[in-house]
Ligand binder design. Sequence first.
Ligand code: ASP
Ligand code: MG
Length: 408
Amino acid sequence: MLIVQKFGGTSVGNPERIKNVAARVARYRAQGDQVVVVVSAMSGVTDNLIKLAKEIMPLPSEREMDMLLATGEQTTIALTAMALHSLNLQATSLTGAQAGIVTDGVHTKAKIQNITPKQVHSLLDGGNVVIVAGFQGQTVEGQITTLGRGGSDLTAIALAAALKADLCQIYTDVDGVYTADPRIVPTARKLPEISYDEMLELASLGAKVMQSRSVEFAKKFGVIFEVRSSLNDNPGTIVKEETLSMEDVVIRGVSLDKNQAKVTLVGVPDKPGVAAKIFKALADATINVDMIVQNVSHNTGTPATDLSFTADKPDLLKAQKVIEQLQEEIGYQKVISDEKIGKLSIVGVGMRSHSGVAAKMFDTLANEGVNIDMISTSEIKISVVIDIARAEQAMRAVHKVFLEKQPA
Ligand code: ASP
Ligand code: MG
């Protein structure tokens, strides 16, 4: 088999861990498998490099940032190759460019355009383990680029696609994808499998196991991969295209996002163009808006409505400023913002073929005495905004109802 194995920052966080990675790779080699290893920078290294740059100047050139950050992964590939050598294995490290990863020229968030892994193939044929630096590539003009934070996942998935690997394993510091965050829900279980779409929803909802872009890439190219731990030999979670039997399970997981805040504009004139103005101004300030809820008009003389939206908590002050600057132009009554909210979501492709899922979730919250502020739904997700003080309790209750066996 040809296997691509990706090891994240904590999995290569010190020399001991790097030796463990080498020992794992050696076990696969001993079975006769060919192995391509993709590594991240050692944990904390990328953050430190960013900090260093900011000490030189607040807004460094993005080209130079890529030059700087690419060194993190370059350190790890060389150390990993040495660790394999010390086990008497043939191993060669390659930068992203040497591995044939060609990107566009958008520094610090480049997109992979194509991969021509000629060197990878010939090294594998020569009996080498090939260690590729994650997170980096090169433009056709030969400029070093990086793929955005967490981009080593993307390197691994894209290489697995280009090499037509038989297996792609993403090694991290958790055992796989869980039905909920086990730190909040002790009864959470590791999932044997999950669909790309469910994984994307859970990731975007704050259950960050992997960079979302790499899951999208895997979906687009049909790369089946496994998320598993580098600290033990437990099987992980297989991420793949949805299968029929996946719909038998109504809800795959529950997640809680505590990183959002809610802004409500009270008494917004109900006429064309108002929402456009508000959200254009927010977008211009690069504020990422998530949920939006608008009511029907109040039954008063001039038609007015209340409009609420959620945004990332760190952007709240910025959002308030933007909205306040619109007061005169738009003429709403007042703004209320609330940081003490949590967004609780249930995700599952089974929702499409089961009815009463929303009712069951709302009923569970009602029984807990939890008030719902906002609701939004998609085909495979239901989210509610609730008081943050009750959010963890609500999460446990919802998990219990949907994901724990009920006594007969
Ligand atoms: N080292 C990069 C980062 O910290 C890429 C990665 O770890 O995937 O974002
Ligand atoms: Mg990482």
